[in-house]
Design a protein around this ligand. Structure first.
Ligand code: SAH
Ligand code: SF4
Length: 367
């Protein structure tokens, strides 16, 4: 089988070239061709000798996922549906904003964790994505946004200035692929993004947080969603394994290595479930233990979710309790309406292997 070079980070690429009896600088050259210039075949790599190119063609390939859907919402948010194999497709979303462009990437086809309010979770799980399938989302987005095509275009502004692992899946349960993909994103021979502009979001898989801190510390977002274990156990079931106290300790360990001096706590606003002033006051206790900022996410609905989005007034009151205590709070704007591209709406096409889609969802979790 030919190796897919798209997913190899600097180390992996050097190992590959060493296997061909080639020098390490070849690895850097090919990394630049693939990621900075968007090369899709070896023939384009004009500064590489013809006989080496022939060797590469025989033993390797550059294979991104296939784009099978491509839609743009009124607000410019663009969503791609990417076929990763015969049975599964995942989604990547580009969110253009004033002064920056954020790509939201998926890390798994589905998710095993089954958070009560998440459409991906309700779809069940099929498999982990490979590093090539993850970084391939950025490679494809850059191409689709016309970035790679312009000669000498590498520089500012670039269409994708930030990457967030907030699409389908739990990145901390697929670190063998997420780490090389994130390394390529921050590698100067790759996408050259600052560590602070690559954010991994986790529902709180504590061992994964420690591993990421050790191997590739990038910015971290933690999906908190509840101020106490009783409620969080129901909304984010992984809490039963790693309760809030352990999660906060892991956040503090992460901060010792993190490129930013705070953790972003994400908090989905579910009407009448976790959005009272009392809940906000309870959160202050958590905020006293970890340097953090809050990102409130108005719930995005999907069929049969069983939850409603908190009203704007309720969200404002909740935010003001946190702000009065000196915390930084942002409320995420809902983007990608009309193409189901908002947080928690990504569902792709997952051949569920957990049989979760066959059970009636939510019954156990409803308050
Ligand atoms: N598995 C990771 C990353 C993917 S989800 C995690 O859970 O952090 C990215 C964010 O979207 C998380 O904070 C998640 O809790 C949130 N989210 C999930 N479903 C949502 C929904 N229906 N509406 C709004 N946000 C949602
Ligand atoms: Fe998985 Fe994150 Fe969705 Fe929870 S919120 S089910 S961890 S993708």
């Amino acid at each position: 089988m030919r190796s897919n070079l798209l997913g190899l980070d600097a180390q992996g690429m050097e190992r590959f070239f060493a296997g061909l009896g080639e020098k390490p600088f070849r690895a850097r050259q090919v990394l630049k061709w693939i990621h900075r210039r968007g090369a899709a075949d070896f023939a384009a790599m004009t500064d590489i000798a013809k006989d080496l190119r022939a060797k590469l063609e025989a033993s390797a390939a550059i294979e991104p996922p296939a784009v099978v859907g491509d839609g743009t919402a009124q607000d410019g948010t663009r969503k791609w549906l990417l076929k990763v194999d015969g049975a599964n497709a995942v989604e990547a979303v580009f969110i253009p904003e004033e002064g920056r462009g954020t790509l939201c990437v998926s890390s798994q086809a589905g998710c095993t964790l089954d958070c009560a309010f998440c459409s991906t979770g309700k779809q069940g799980f099929n498999r982990n994505l490979s590093a090539a399938e993850i970084v391939g989302q950025l490679w494809l987005a850059n191409r689709a946004l016309g970035f790679h095509d312009k000669p000498g275009a590498w520089g500012e502004p670039r269409p994708v200035s930030n990457v967030v692992f907030m699409g389908m899946g739990e990145p901390m349960l697929n670190l063998d692929a997420v780490i090389p993909a994130a390394r390529l994103m921050i590698d100067d021979n790759g996408y050259g993004l600052s560590r602070r502009r690559v954010t991994v979001s986790t529902s709180g898989v504590v061992p994964g947080m420690d591993r990421l801190a050790a191997e590739c510390p990038v910015a971290l977002a933690v999906s908190l969603h509840a101020p106490n274990d009783e409620l969080r156990d129901r909304l984010v079931p992984i809490n039963r394994r790693y309760p809030i106290r352990e999660l906060l300790a892991a956040c503090n360990r992460y901060l010792e290595r993190a490129p930013r001096d705070f953790i972003t706590f994400e908090y989905v606003m579910l009407d009448g479930v976790n959005d009272s002033e009392g809940h906000a006051k309870e959160l202050l206790g958590i905020a006293a233990e970890v340097r953090c900022k809050f990102n409130l996410i108005p719930f995005n609905s999907f069929p049969a979710s069983g939850f409603r989005r908190s009203g704007a007034d309720r969200i404002r009151r909740f935010a003001s309790v946190l702000q009065s205590a000196g915390l930084t709070v942002t409320t995420r704007k809902t983007r990608g309406d009309g193409i189901d591209a908002a947080c928690g709406q990504l569902a792709g096409d997952v051949a569920d292997r957990t049989r979760r889609t066959q059970v009636v969802p939510l019954t156990e979790l409803r308050a």
